[in-house]
Unconditional design. Structure first.
Length: 285
């Protein structure tokens, strides 16, 4: 009939797998792939673990030489004990970073480096602390050449270092910070005493007394003589002291001094040892 539209059948067929059955197949395929990948990863990990065990237990990499460089105060057994290393050890089994951290926990070790050289050499390089003086802050503490406290003083530690008294904890130089002006004056004096040809070498200074008002007083020659320096122009004052001592030594009958006051370099006061005095009877004040 006219005006009647002919309905054509739908020639497009649904794609295979677009239904519930197809989605199920894809999900199963994805799960199998994921399981296979996980199994492969586990197998690869096991291979690495087995390879690591074989390598770290192999006698070929067992330490035949452990070199320790930079140890002066500390002995080789002490360094190895601090490092947690018991020879012989497989050098590939050594955690270099962990060993370094262990070494740095020792108060006498300022820096450490651990390296391995295949097939059988382990090298430990350390830099020990260099003590400069003993600080008396109620308890005794060692400071290094940078002026940093690195440990409490013990009877086994050096007893021939200058003893610094009169300072407080608030004066002390901390890592990455500066100390008080009094502490800086002490450090300047000790650093000058380390120089070649120093007028007052550190080994001759038995004690440095710090007074908030008077400044530094140095006890030398076992405490039998004192040198008063004050706080400022320390290098110039020590130069003046060297000139005075040189001139005094050229004078007949010069027996030394008990006190030299250089706090005011324009008015130097010298108390010489008299003919009837005994230098051995002078005591620290």
């Amino acid at each position: 009939m006219l005006g009647t539209k002919r309905v054509r059948p739908n020639r497009k067929r649904p794609r295979s797998g677009t239904g519930a059955k197809g989605r199920g197949r894809r999900g199963l395929r994805g799960a199998l792939m994921a399981t296979g990948g996980l199994a492969g990863l586990i197998c690869l990990s096991l291979c690495f673990v087995l390879a690591y065990d074989v390598v770290t237990q192999c006698d070929f990499f067992k330490s035949r030489q452990i070199r320790i460089i930079g140890a002066d105060r500390l002995s080789k057994p002490e360094v190895l004990r601090q490092a947690g290393i018991v020879p012989p050890v497989n050098i590939l089994a050594v955690n270099l970073n962990l060993v370094r951290k262990r070494l740095l926990r020792h108060p006498w070790i300022a820096a450490a480096e651990v390296t391995r050289e295949l097939p059988s050499t382990l090298t430990i390089r350390i830099r020990e602390q260099h003590p400069l003086a003993v600080l008396d802050l109620g308890g005794k503490f060692l400071i290094n050449t940078r002026g940093v406290v690195f440990k409490a003083w013990e009877k086994s530690d050096p007893d021939d270092l200058p003893l610094v008294t009169g300072l407080s904890f608030s004066d002390i130089r901390l890592p990455h910070s500066s100390g008080s002006s009094a502490f800086d004056a002490v450090m300047t004096t000790l650093e000058l005493g380390r120089e070649k040809g120093a007028v007052l070498p550190d080994r001759q200074i038995s004690r440095i007394q710090v007074d908030p008002d008077l400044g530094l007083t140095l006890y030398v020659s076992g405490g039998r003589r004192t040198v008063k320096l004050g706080y400022r122009h320390l290098k110039e004052k020590l130069r003046i002291l060297g000139t005075l001592l040189c001139r005094f030594d050229q004078q007949p009958g010069w027996r030394g001094f008990t006190t030299i006051d250089l706090a005011n370099p324009r008015r130097v006061v010298v108390n010489p040892i008299r003919q009837n005095d005994s230098a051995g009877e002078f005591k620290e004040g």
